[in-house]
Design a protein around this ligand. Sequence first.
Ligand code: URA
Length: 234
Amino acid sequence: MSSFFNNPKSVLLGLDDIMVDKSKKEESNMLYNSIDNNLPKQEQLDRLRASFADCDKCGLAATRTNIVFGSGNANAELMFIGEGPGADEDAQGLPFVGRSGQLLTKMINAMGLSRETVYIANIVKCRPPSNRDPLMEEAQACIGYLRSQIQIINPKIIVCLGSISLNFLLQPEGKVKLGISKLRGQWQDFYGYKVLPTFHPAYLLRNPSKKKEAWSDLQIVMKELGLELPKQSE
Ligand code: URA
């Protein structure tokens, strides 16, 4: 697999101050060079957030109300990645607080966890107008911030919510389309991080019959994290 660290230009993706330079998380304690990784993780996240408080690296800056950085536990073992903020998230500056967010919270709770124990972020940090999908150039301008969040938090498992999240995280150049229906519930690798794709909560709201499949995906994650599975699935 080619490395996003190989080419500093493509790695920077609009980030001037966060340089990623190693290909495997286990090889790299220092994947970004402007934040002291001896600091507590929350402080590293705070510094990262402050580093792009006025970001105008893509057109979404013009229409956003708030940058939606991410929320949750800086020491989380489990990280959820969505696609981008909607209207509620843009208004509050927090990820997944609208209808999809309510379902995501239920999914997290069903795993025996809470939003406070996991970390939730998005591919793009600003709302695409009318909730359209993020454009390639918007995702590419923003993805470095997400990579830095991943590197700071260093979760055991990343759950990609939906196709946009899966595709922009695993192959931001968009060479091939990774199908969520095909890949959901199957482990993927992101530079040493275990990634499990599942359906986006918004899709589940539109297609409630798919919740069963999403729940079976989440149980794969629970097993990997050593969480207690519901009786009927043991
Ligand atoms: N959908 C997403 O992908 N992210 C959010 O934060 C909210 C809705």
